[in-house]
Design a protein around this ligand. Structure first.
Ligand code: 28G
Length: 699
């Protein structure tokens, strides 16, 4: 069997139910495989020869990232961006998005319609220019914001190049105009079809199978199709970020299969304040409605909304020109600085903090806070490895000034909720101080008992984190087999006893009280670096959603969760994933967390032995081997011999690992609240709504 470590999907399960939830599974998005076609004789000199859209078909990855699922959906985002630009210009109020039965996609807006007159530079109509001339990187005709990919608002030609067929219909000046393209080339001239009283643009495209495909476990080529949840999440977000804009999503495929009208409308007059309400809908809030303000300064529009909850995690999401800036940047820094300063000033002024007291730290203040920061910047500079951090220096001061003034105003005008908020903040300050004391106590104790590693860890001999892996194993008996079966050079084993703490329901400082969590923190080397008062570095406490984990202290770059393939096993896996997502998210984001895939069946015929990892594979093997075979079903890891466990699940040459990866943090945040949090009603509802999808899950 080939070595397979490309990730697939991890799943979560509900407490006492054998129900795997597809939506929860979406938290851990499939790791993208970049199967961009490689053209053998593509050399520097041939770049000059490449004309127009051929370049896009030759190197699709350069324009849309990947030719996997992400790239396919990127086509929709590019087309929608043009409609959103038309909305931002004040001419479009409704965008209709449809996935059709034949796996094509239609986007329609009620904007002005793309002009039909000839553009001097190209000698073609504006419509044909938009769809056949590549405008990568720059702004075109004053329309469209430039964003991280450099394509935003000018990507229609890229979509056209990567579509087997694309049809555009424009209603403008009382007439309907239509043109069809095949793989980027106009099939004929722009036609005038007839008269209309409507205005707007409608585009249908059929993604090219020659470009887009995926690969499954058996290395078979698969067609990629549009996914409802991916489209719904992004379109909902778009509607939140552009208040008043109405976006309708309809899945015609579902309509055919189930006879249902699968359609959702996203339309929020409250904009990002509605977004905060949506994110907090399962949390208890300290005040209603969320704080909201919008203000413009020097061509930069700043929009913020914030609301405190009784939770412990901090959920701050920032956007620039409707694009999520996962790594923050100057706008987020400006917001954080303003918040810390203004809350401390107000606490002093109202005598909540005495002059002799230590100030609140930013983290004290942000505990339980949900906030959205959305800025519109004419010429954004994106920095960092993934270009997801805003770099424009001038934006920091602008956001800082606006946020300071408006948050301060709100506190002055709302003394009652302000007091609730300060009480909560004081509480987190005190919990932090108490936990720090307790932690240094624990550290002193463990130093006395010798070394910082937990006793039940069977460590590996190599010390290079890049080469090392740790198996987090459910139960002592499986832990024993794993210890005997492993390669002790680079594989460490940490057996975990019983249920892991549900970190979603305890105060952050209490996670250190739990023995299993404590063992994991020590074994993995989960360390937080904080700046102290003197500007030096000290070790801090793990905090939910904190980004300051010191990854250089991490002892293994493969953290492999190995649990039984049953209800308890999947519950333990969920609890572990919750811990990593909340308290060590950078580790998940780096792609260091994996899920082991132990076999479910062993099929023996004479001397031949086959291990099967799912029912589908079992059927295939049985069909191939014919009758009178012996089938053994493994009920748990503990049933396997050490050698068997090594061969099927731990040997890098033969095992399959699933890599866990988080694509959409805000949606994952929301889903974890739902699944692991305190609100029972919404959780039940969520499970009921998603239970029917259980059949097609990959457990
Ligand atoms: C439905 C799917 C995607 C669009 C417009 C509207 C205009 C436009 C689009 O102009 C740039 C600028 C002038 C030629 C602009 C209409 C000004 C006046 C527009 C879309 C190039 C293109 N009237 N709506 N492009 N022009 N919707 N939706 O693509 O010089 S693209």
């Amino acid at each position: 069997m080939a070595k397979k470590e490309q990730g697939t999907v991890a799943s979560l399960s509900e407490d006492s139910n054998e129900k795997e939830l597809e939506k929860a599974e979406k938290i851990y998005q499939q790791q993208e495989i970049d199967n961009t076609p490689v053209s053998g004789d593509y050399t520097a000199s041939s770049i000059d020869v490449l004309e127009g859209l051929e370049a896009v078909r030759m190197r699709p990855g350069m324009y849309i990232g990947t030719t996997g699922p992400k790239g396919l959906h990127h086509l929709v985002w590019e087309i929608i961006d043009n409609s959103v630009d038309e909305a931002l210009a004040g001419h479009c109020t409704v965008i209709d998005v449809r996935v059709n039965e034949d796996q094509s996609c239609t986007v329609q807006d009620n904007g002005r319609g793309i002009p039909t007159d000839i553009v001097a530079k190209t000698g073609k109509s504006a419509i044909e220019t938009v769809f056949t001339v590549l405008h990568a990187g720059g702004k075109f005709g004053g329309g469209g914001y430039k964003v991280s990919g450099g394509l935003h608002g000018v990507g229609a030609s890229v979509v056209n190049a990567l579509s087997e067929r694309l049809e555009v219909e424009v209603c403008r000046d009382g007439r309907v105009h239509k043109q069809v393209y095949l793989r980027g080339n106009a099939e004929g001239d722009l036609q005038t079809l007839g008269e209309t009283t409507q205005r707007g643009t409608k585009v249908t495209f059929w993604p090219d199978d020659q470009i887009f495909h995926d690969i499954n476990e058996d290395d078979e080529r698969l067609k990629i199709i549009f996914e409802w949840d991916t489209l719904a999440t992004r379109l909902r977000e778009m509607a939140f970020l552009n208040k008043g804009l109405k976006i309708v999503l309809t899945d015609m495929r579902a309509n055919k299969v189930e006879g249902l009208d699968k359609s959702e409308t996203y339309h929020y007059e409250g904009g990002i304040a509605s977004y905060v309400e949506y994110l907090n809908d399962t949390r208890d809030t300290l005040h209603k409605p969320p704080i909201y303000f919008e203000q413009r300064a020097n061509d930069v529009t700043v929009e913020c909304s914030l609301q405190w909850t009784t939770q412990y995690s901090e959920s701050i999401y920032s956007f620039v020109n409707n694009i999520n800036t996962h790594d923050g940047g100057t706008h987020e820094t400006g917001f954080r600085n303003a918040l810390t300063r203004i809350v401390n000033d107000y606490a002093k002024k109202t005598n909540f903090l005495k002059d002799s007291d230590d100030k609140f730290t930013g983290e004290d203040i942000r505990e339980g806070l949900t906030a959205i920061i959305s800025v519109k910047v004419p010429d954004p500079q994106f920095e960092g490895q993934t270009k997801q951090r805003l770099g424009n220096r001038e934006v920091q001061g602008i956001v800082q000034n606006i946020a300071a003034e408006r948050i301060s105003d709100w506190l002055e005008l709302n003394p009652k909720p302000a007091k609730e908020i300060l009480t909560k903040i004081l509480n987190s300050k005190q919990a932090r101080e108490a936990a720090l004391k307790a932690k240094s106590l624990v550290r002193r104790q463990s130093a006395l008992s010798g070394g910082g590693l937990p006793g039940k860890l069977a460590d590996c001999s190599d010390k290079d984190p890049e080469k090392c892996e740790i198996y987090l194993v459910e139960g002592d008996s499986a832990g024993g087999s794993a210890k005997q079966g492993r390669n002790r050079m680079f594989q460490a084993i940490l057996p975990l006893r019983g249920k892991i703490l549900n970190v979603e329901r305890v105060q952050p400082s209490r996670i250190y009280d739990n023995a299993e969590v404590q063992a994991m923190i020590q074994a993995l080397g989960l360390v937080v670096s904080e700046e102290n008062e003197e500007g030096g570095k000290t070790t801090g406490l793990l905090r939910p959603n904190a980004q300051n984990l010191d990854l250089t202290k991490l002892r293994y770059h493969k953290i492999i969760i190995m649990t039984d393939a049953d209800v308890d096993g999947s519950h333990i896996r969920t609890l572990l994933l919750t811990f990593f997502f909340r308290y060590a998210r950078p580790v998940v984001e780096k792609g260091y967390v994996y899920i082991a895939q132990p076999p479910l069946f062993k099929v023996t015929k004479g001397k031949r032995v086959e291990y099967c990892y799912n029912e589908h594979k079992l059927e295939a093997v049985l069909a191939e081997m014919g009758d009178k075979v012996d089938i053994q079903r493994f009920k748990g890891l503990g049933e396997m011999m050490p050698e068997q466990l090594w061969q099927t699940t731990m040997n890098p040459e033969t095992r399959t690992l699933k890599r866990v990866n988080v694509d959409d943090t805000s949606e994952a945040d929301h889903t974890f609240d739902l699944l692991m949090g305190e609100a029972v009603g919404p959780r039940r509802e969520f499970i009921e709504q998603n239970a029917h999808k259980v059949g097609n899950l990959d457990v």
